[in-house]
Design a binder for this molecule. Structure first.
Ligand SMILES: Cc1cc2nc3c(=O)[nH]c(=O)nc-3n(C[C@H](O)[C@H](O)[C@H](O)COP(=O)(O)OP(=O)(O)OC[C@H]3O[C@@H](n4cnc5c(N)ncnc54)[C@H](O)[C@@H]3O)c2cc1C
Length: 355
């Protein structure tokens, strides 16, 4: 089997997660560049209906492993089935993508370790391109590689974007968080003219059953999901204290479907809880309006909100990094600017639409 771009699907209660569709959309671009098919590996039980969804999202080939033991994600059975299937191919896939979710982060390193290949976690951009390795301690690595997976991600400490390459061994692997790429356009196709579908043989061993799920308890959906909001009012260290979030909530109340969110620093200080964190280690959001209040604009924050339709930044430091990518910037003290915004929005709502 020649080069392939393989997306390992994630399903919850038998429904393919959006992150899988997002990866198929982005994987299609990589597959075009490689002139290779885009494949999707679905594991679950009674999941036949989901095959059409991944085909609609762009998959040219679908591997379906349907078995009662695969109904819920479990590390060892999932690992076994994927590795066993790939081992029947003449070569592993060129690229392998998974969601940077709880299960994706658990599964991806195990597959990478088995194939003794590299894995880039929390990737924010993907591409295919050449790389020439000219020197190094390991001379066997020197060479020209025309088709490498470029996996870009923020580097640790500093605000830099690093391109991670591992062209020496396939599959070249990356995990990507939900929301980083847009959902692709879904184009339904009759199966007869659509993708090639392969039913994968599931052969589990006794050692794969070390973990048994006795009960699944899902948390009641009382928490607001910041990824669903149209307007986000985000606060950072510049708020000075937990009290600052009351002012942000007042501003949020001026908009429909709005929510307050935060930088990691505000979360680390305990001013707001983790589900409200935006950024590399928080959530990726794409609201219609994102108002960043007292947030400096570190890369780790930026990657979680830079695809918002309209970014407005309020910061008292005119040199704050956030002004370099915000659509509108207000240089000033947020404790003066926000009350003024609130009073102007309220006043504009009182004015008749047609004077
Ligand atoms: C591996 C790793 C992962 C990370 N993940 C994330 C992540 O997911 N999300 C995230 O946000 N960060 C993340 N970070 C942290 C990130 O690097 C920054 O430290 C963090 O985003 C800074 O938060 P901040 O902008 O609130 O604070 P600061 O950088 O301290 O900025 C505060 C800003 O407020 C302004 N300000 C102060 N007072 C006022 C005022 N009265 N009015 C107006 N402006 C004012 C200041 O000028 C300053 O620009 C991560 C870091 C690492 C190393």
């Amino acid at each position: 089997m020649a080069k392939e771009v393989l997306v390992v699907a994630e399903q919850v209660d038998g429904i393919i997660a959006n992150v899988t569709l997002e990866l198929l959309g982005e994987g299609k671009k990589l597959a075009h560049k490689l002139d290779a098919p885009l494949s999707c590996f679905i594991l679950g039980h009674n999941i036949d209906s989901q095959v059409d969804r991944v085909i609609a999202a762009g998959a040219d080939k679908v591997y379906v492993a349907d078995h009662p033991e695969l109904a819920e994600y479990k590390t060892l059975p999932y690992r076994r089935v994927i590795i066993d299937e790939i081992n029947t191919w003449s070569t592993p896939p060129h690229t392998m993508l998974m969601g940077s979710t709880t299960s994706g982060r658990d599964l991806a390193p195990r597959i990478a370790a088995y194939f003794e290949t590299g894995l880039t976690a929390d990737t924010i951009e993907l591409d295919i391109g050449p790389y020439e390795h000219k020197a190094g301690v390991d001379k066997s690595k020197i060479g020209y590689f025309p088709e490498c997976l470029y996996a870009n991600r923020p580097s640790f400490g500093e605000s830099l974007k690093a391109r991670i390459l591992g062209p020496w061994k396939d599959p070249q692997m990356a995990t990507i968080r939900p929301g980083v790429f847009p959902l692709p356009e879904m184009v339904s196709k009759p199966r007869s003219e659509a993708a090639k579908i392969k039913n994968v043989e599931v052969k589990l061993e006794e050692s794969d059953h070390r973990v048994r799920i006795s009960k699944i308890l899902r948390e009641a959906g009382s928490k607001i999901d910041i990824t669903e909001a149209d307007v986000i009012i985000a606060g950072g260290f510049g708020l000075g204290s937990i009290e600052g979030f009351k002012l942000l909530q007042e501003l949020a109340n001026c908009f429909e479907n709005s929510v307050v969110a935060a930088s990691r620093k505000a979360v680390d200080l305990g001013w707001i809880t983790y589900p409200y964190q935006v950024g590399q280690t928080g959530k990726t959001v794409r609201p219609k309006i994102y108002i960043a209040c007292g947030i400096s604009g570190a890369l780790q924050h930026r990657v979680g909100m830079q695809k918002s339709d309209l970014i407005i930044a309020i910061n008292k430091d005119p040199d704050a990094a956030i002004f370099s990518f915000a659509h509108h910037g207000i240089v000033g003290d947020l404790f003066h600017v926000i009350p003024e915004m609130i009073s102007q929005i309220k006043a504009s709502k009182k004015e008749p639409a047609f004077a």
